[in-house]
Design a protein around this ligand. Sequence first.
Ligand SMILES: *Cc1c(COP(=O)(O)O)cnc(C)c1O
Length: 384
Amino acid sequence: MIWNELEDKLADLEREGLARRRRVLETPCGPLARVDGRDLVSFCSNDYLGLASDPALIDAACAGARRWGVGGGASHLVSGHFSPHETLEEKLAAFTGFDRALLFSTGYMANLGIVGALAGRGDAIFADRLNHASLIDAARLSRADHERYPHGDLDDLERRLAASDAKRKLILTDAVFSMDGDIAPLPQLLRLAERFDTWLVIDDAHGFGVLGEEGRGSLSHFGVASDPRVVYMGTLGKAAGASGAFAAGSATVIEWLLQRARTYIFTTGASPIIACALLASLELIRQGEARRQHLRRLADILREGLSGARWRLMPSPTAIQPIVIGDNHETVNVAQALRERGLWVPAIRPPTVPRDTARLRVSLSAAHDEEHVRRLVEALRELG
Ligand SMILES: *Cc1c(COP(=O)(O)O)cnc(C)c1O
């Protein structure tokens, strides 16, 4: 039968220890998660500022539902674009310093839409090898030539750009790399983009809300002003605490995305409730310096606590603090031992990360208190 092959492959995944399981949470997103009746301190979510369950967002979502209903009923270009969406786009553009912004339903869809609208057959895409899967899929789906340069290797990128005779070129990069926590050299990438007249698509899923002045993101972190060749993608399901994403850029490129990005055009607009919650979130991000300061303090406690410990912390200045263990089985065992101590940290294995670099990906949130992080440090030192 047609499904026998799937049964065999699923059995293979089980045998190789690669089958994945969902855990059912019995509590809202926050530093404590009840799973299977047990309370765990969670270092798993990307809710970096602790906004996902913030009362201001909940109130805004409830009021939004009463004012706008639940569903939008159509795509943005037909009749699904409501005034909270429009206001949110204007505020996101002003906040990130670009002419204009366009909302997408998810970051994954934003990346597919942006790259597909800017590149096609015969064009050339230059992508950091550690970019997020959604940028990889976006490049593949665009049908453009897809060259991946070694992580952060600007000399290699420059050689590739110089050797390319493609008419239209795009550089794609994560701003904060999701499994390492390091930050891309955006000013240097922008200089290369200028020199070789390319687009620069920046995926700031982990920087928006966290880095830069008032949480404006990675460009602000470097003090780089907006630039007409930059398309900035920020997601709204991580630090912003809700869901969705936006592209920001010049009026020209955003109008082009509105006309041509297929993942914008051919999908129902996200519920206006989400836009209402995000308007509240944007205010909290802007006023969130205390949260960001607390987050940095937690990272310091973790890093100081683990200095000289058995396992290596990667040099990350962000809320993503990976601990490289190396061996797959050992990583899974350490994660399991932590869970037995009430600490929930995801084990990340190949192919998500390179071979022999299996790691615990610790995500810190401003909703953690210092005691949570100290418990993690203690447990890791004991296990090491
Ligand atoms: C999470 C993530 C995305 C996808 O965003 P969603 O809104 O979750 O679809 C894209 N890029 C990076 C780097 C991410 O970490």
